[in-house]
Design a binder for this molecule. Structure first.
Ligand SMILES: NC(=O)c1ccc[n+]([C@@H]2O[C@H](COP(=O)([O-])OP(=O)(O)OC[C@H]3O[C@@H](n4cnc5c(N)ncnc54)[C@H](O)[C@@H]3O)[C@@H](O)[C@H]2O)c1
Ligand SMILES: O=C(O)CC[C@@H](O)C(=O)O
Length: 404
């Protein structure tokens, strides 16, 4: 396969993929605007922050997979990719510890004014008096918005500092996450109105989505305690930056930011930002994921996704439907013979049932197989009986797909 890297990733990725016979072309200086013209002839595109717009998929001749060498996929037009049948996969969790470490680093830097102090020392100024006014983190309350891979790592580290952790309750959390929240004594509340006024620190670990863009607006900030700290290591567009600038000045809020709404897409650029330059902000350059440990984990992950893609089972695809779609799943256990599935599908077609997705797995030994078929339409007992009546069919069952 031909793989184009439009951002820098660990060298081991290229070495490992080439050792498997793939051709890798590494062009980390490629700009988003040039990608559409460059992508022809490649099966796989690997990106970090480079934007992948609709034009890339429209111009691609054989592109089948885009790998986001990181967590957030908001920089990729996943809908157009889906319409063109191109898989988009990410690597959730691989850089979570790195981002959590930076988040706590920003918090400590804000609380102790470490950056201002360093700047003064470098300029030859000793000022223990001005820098002796920190509040301290022990016993303070931190609200964690987004309890995914990064949010949980932040909660764990905050708890280790003796902070009280709060979060919003969310239906459908896994038993594992629920147990983890109990272990960390995370107090959950129903609404932002309950959460924000109780927090000395609020930290954002949500993806950028229509639900979250602009979440931190005037109303949100007005609910925060005067003097509280806002941390954002997720995405800049979650914050209304004008509203934050006002709250920094008028409510004495402080902020630790790794991401900005209009941050440059490239690694180096001339860039000025009123927010990043504000004296109550400690800022970094979207480097949350940029530790060697995280980048090694990401480099391994890219190779794992390509390997799985070659086997036909790519993981972490963000633009496929959930595992079950339609109204019912039919499970048909059958003899592994030519024509059996065709007869099953023919009967479904005659009954007006649209097949949404299906998988056929062969049992060890190769005598029998099991097909799981998600269909849209009404599966009657008669249909199940008719399918099961064939001598090639070993058993049929049907379960309803919960549309919730
Ligand atoms: N600064 C960096 O370098 C850096 C690195 C990695 C990730 N990120 C950003 O951090 C985000 C989170 O990363 P992650 O690995 O923890 O992702 P994740 O998917 O593991 O966690 C996101 C969590 O947010 C929750 N969520 C989503 N929408 C929500 C909503 N509207 N309300 C409440 N909860 C909601 C999800 O259920 C999930 O628990 C990424 O999407 C990315 O934008 C930044
Ligand atoms: O690759 C990067 O440097 C940033 C990655 C980060 O924003 C992510 O979403 O994983």
């Amino acid at each position: 396969m031909r793989v184009l890297f439009a951002d820098s990733v660990g060298k081991s990725t290229v070495t490992d993929l080439e050792a498997r016979g793939h051709t890798c072309v590494v062009e980390p200086t490629l700009q988003a605007g040039d990608l559409a013209a460059r992508v022809a002839g490649f099966d796989v595109l690997v990106v970090r922050s480079t934007k992948v717009g609709a034009e890339v998929f429209e111009g691609a001749d054989r592109l089948a997979l885009v790998i986001r060498a990181g967590a957030g996929t908001n920089t990729i037009d996943t809908a157009t990719a889906a319409a063109r049948g191109v898989l988009v996969a990410n690597l959730p969790g691989r850089n979570a510890i790195a981002v959590a470490e930076l988040t706590l680093g920003l918090l400590l830097a804000v609380d102790r004014r470490i950056v201002d102090g360093t700047v003064d020392l470098r300029a030859g100024r000793w000022d223990k008096k001005s820098y002796s006014a920190a509040q301290g983190l022990y016993g303070a309350t931190i609200g964690v918005l987004g309890l995914g891979s990064i949010g949980l790592e932040v909660a764990q580290r905050a708890a280790a500092f003796g902070m009280h952790v709060m979060a919003l309750s969310k239906p459908g959390r896994s038993a594992r996450t629920t147990a983890r929240l109990e272990e960390l004594r995370v107090r959950t509340v129903e609404t932002l109105e309950d959460l924000l006024p109780a927090c000395d620190v609020v930290t954002l670990h949500l993806p950028s989505s229509p639900d979250t863009v602009g979440l931190v607006d005037k109303d949100f900030l007005s609910l925060m305690k005067p003097g509280a700290v806002l941390l954002n290591t997720s995405r800049g567009e979650l914050v209304d930056e004008d509203a934050l600038l006002e709250a920094l000045d008028e409510k004495d809020l402080r902020a630790g930011l790794d991401v900005y709404a209009d941050e440059p897409g490239s690694g180096q650029a001339e860039w000025t930002s009123r927010l990043a330059q504000h004296p109550r902000v400690v800022g970094t350059h979207h480097i949350g994921a940029s530790t060697q440990q995280a980048q090694d984990a990401i480099a391994d992950g890219v190779v794992e996704i390509v390997d799985a893609f070659v086997r036909g089972e790519p993981p972490h695809c963000v633009n496929l439907t959930p595992s079950r779609i339609g109204s019912s799943t039919l499970t048909v256990r059958h003899l592994d013979r030519v024509g059996v599935l065709a007869r099953v599908l023919d009967l479904l077609s005659r009954k007006g049932l649209n097949v949404e997705q299906m998988q056929n797995r062969v049992f060890r030994g190769g005598d029998a197989a099991v097909a799981t078929i998600d269909v849209d339409g009404v599966v009657t007992d008669d249909l199940v009986a008719e399918l099961g009546a064939s001598s090639d069919v070993l058993g049929v069952s049907s379960t309803t797909i919960d549309s919730a």
